[in-house]
Write a protein that binds this ligand. Structure first.
Ligand code: GLY
Length: 377
């Protein structure tokens, strides 16, 4: 159980975040901010995501959370504008990938859950059908991208498969759930290591499912431990447990959480890679905000006497995140010090929209209503 002091801190923090996002919203409108490294401000015309980018739904997702918190229709309209523009990614199609889960869960599915809009339901179902179509049923994994090898799956996909759970519930067709479960089982077997660390990428033989390699991905090296990948796995297996009900997914999420917590340094953001050399020091705020979401859900799922460790870690990370927020109203950036990848110096220690989204989602969980855009039971 959180103390009154913790809850007071979280509520004050949420108020400050909501105030800041209310300043950003009219500036950004129905666009797709990703980062703002160059200009020091969100630039709706310049530094916005490609319409097929995996990051496009984090801003509309934030707008839906703002709508829940404030009831202000302005946020709903901005989110709806983004959702309509996203149809272009369906139309182009050839740049589509497994991150349709992120893209349409936090836009169209959020809309459908909050408003019952049937067109939004159809968009989410269309995205789920595309995701299911990427499943290799012999090898047991969902293919990540088209621009890389057809042999690759990545740990981030644990965050996409909740859309399949929703599609099964919605359509009463078990195939979506069966695919989600098969992919999660493969991820548990082939991505999660014995100590709770995870591979970012696994390369499979698409004819047999044999593991061929574990390429480096966004971390320091093959065999290292990219902290955002750890966070995707921590939250993703928790969501798999909540949506699919298998106890092993919760046990896996807990194991990953224990590894994650053990690698944190007091009052610091996670390093970009927990197994990189001690110098230089690169940190990633987004790994922290994603992990907090997972830790808060694990804490709700475990018996009373187990909760404390997860709650304490979540609260400690939230304090560190609050020290990394920019609340100046003339600078349109919220969470500082997220990083795209260990070997991407240009993407290091900057605002990235997914860091902001999961920060707001985590605070909305503590507020008591995060919209449950990826939890469907
Ligand atoms: N691959 C998505 C990410 O950067 O987390």
């Amino acid at each position: 159980m959180f103390s009154e002091k913790d809850l007071y801190f979280a509520s004050e923090f949420l108020d400050k975040v909501v105030k800041k996002v209310s300043v950003m919203a009219p500036e950004i409108g129905s666009n797709f901010p990703t980062t703002n490294s160059r200009l020091g401000t969100w630039d709706p015309k310049g530094e916005t995501a490609n319409i097929s980018s995996w990051t496009t739904a984090f801003w509309p997702g934030m707008m839906w959370l703002m709508y829940i918190k404030t009831g202000d229709e302005t946020y709903k309209k901005i989110a709806e504008g983004c959702e309509e523009k996203l149809d272009e990614a369906f139309n182009i199609f050839k740049y589509i990938h497994h991150d349709v889960g992120f893209m349409w869960s936090l836009s169209a599915l959020a809309d459908y859950k909050l408003t019952g809009n049937e067109k939004s339901r159809d968009r989410a179902m269309h995205a789920a059908t595309i995701l299911a179509g990427r499943f290799n049923h012999v090898a047991g994994y969902i293919r990540a991208w088209d621009h890389s090898s057809m042999k690759w799956a990545i740990i981030d996909c644990m965050m996409n498969i909740p859309l399949l759970s929703w599609a099964s519930e919605e359509s009463k067709d078990p195939r979506f759930r069966q695919i989600a479960e098969a992919h999660a089982d493969t991820a548990m077997r082939c991505f999660v290591r014995h100590d709770g660390s995870v591979n970012h990428i696994v390369e499979f033989d698409p004819e047999t499912g044999e593991v061929l390699a574990t390429p480096r991905g966004q971390g320091y090296s093959s065999g290292s431990s990219w902290s955002r990948g750890q966070a995707w796995a921590l939250y993703g297996f928790t969501l798999a447990y909540l949506n699919l009900g298998k106890r092993e997914y919760l046990d896996t999420a807990k194991k990953i959480a224990h590894y994650f917590i053990a690698n944190l340094e007091p009052n610091e953001l996670p390093r970009v890679d927990f197994r990189a050399p001690t110098e230089p020091i690169y940190r990633d705020a987004s790994a922290a905000s994603i992990a907090v979401c997972g830790l808060l859900e694990i804490a709700k799922a475990v018996p009373e006497f187990e909760k404390q460790m997860y709650e304490r870690a979540a609260m400690s990370l939230l304090h560190t995140l609050s020290e990394n927020c920019n609340f100046k109203e003339d600078e349109l950036r919220l969470l500082e010090n997220s990083s795209s990848a260990y070997h991407s110096p240009l993407g290091m220690h900057m605002p990235w929209i997914f860091g902001d989204y999961y920060l707001l989602e985590s605070l909305m969980k503590l507020y008591g209503n995060d919209g449950r855009f990826t939890i469907h039971k």
